[in-house]
Design a protein. Sequence first.
Length: 397
Amino acid sequence: MTTSEPERTQVAIVGAGPAGLLLARLLEAAGISSVVLEARTRDYVERRLRAGVLEQGTVNCLREAGVGDRMDREGLVHTGLELRFEGEGHRIPLAELTNGPGVVVYGQQEVVKDLIAARSDSGLPLHFEVEDVALHDLDSDSPRVTYAQDGEHRELRCDFVAGCDGFHGVSRASVPERSRQIYAREYPFAWLGILASVAPSTEELIYAYHEHGFALHSMRSPTVSRFYLQCEPGADLADWPDERIWEELNLRLSGSDGLSIHSGPVIEKGITPMRSFVLEPMQHGRLFLAGDAAHIVPPTGAKGMNLAAADVQVLAAALGDFYAHADEAGLTGYSDKALRRVWRAEHFSWWMTSMLHRFPDHDGFADRLQLSQLRYVCSSRPAATVLAENYVGLEVT
């Protein structure tokens, strides 16, 4: 394997998920150079199914970054959601309670496609299928990223490294154990998720609490629906044939209103573990972590991609101040500022998860507490407002 001449950029971005790609786009707008490195193929990144609910702050950021046109055409604006329990549905009017537009349902893979297309149109460096990525000299003023691609050893010299490569990436692992504190919680259940080529059975998302476990009805377009079922964390997909999935969805989402879930061809199927995870601080030397590299939330609160977008907005602004005014205050305070939003989202996601899922160690007392909480949220305007404000996205200062 040959070794190429070192490359130079201002910010090396590890990871081409929504965090890394959006950061690159924001830096481009500020005139700051970057190189994006991604271990996976472009096809894999663009097809990877993840979140689909965008807060208004994320929507505004994508528009301002010049990548919101397709989202505005194809995204589904939702002004409310439904909590379903004891066989009845209860609508939470998000827009009314927050005096805002609500949320936009638009798949994360679609956001990624839009960002990759914009990066390609700009002709700026975006390298897929890189191997052996390693971060060096993070405590110095001249960090380096080494990697292999197309039979060459390559070196990227930079001023800063943005670690946007997810929970299992090299960036978080590059923070010395002595310099980090981890807060984590594993949940005793998982989500079985499917994408189906079928029209949604309802116009808004349904979050259901049922004695068989949680269920979620979501959508990606007028012809594609997304569903989730609570299952065992070690569940085998072979034990969940399509027929069983549709039966459970109809059982858990059914009610006195006669709702029937439309069934259709299953396009994708997978199991997602449920965990809460935060690394503090979200920076080490010249390395700054963003998105899943720094924190994980259970998906019940629809916060994962929105947190990633919020992180990189803070980081992009801090880097802009550094290069435009030699002001390091934003970089120094990046972690503290980002973590205030992270912990708010962690609490909300934990609360939604705890309220809507069946826990294996729960007895009748705990189950009735959950139902009491659900009834309160659906009957008290202030309680419903708390859910709505957090769901559409709080401004955290």
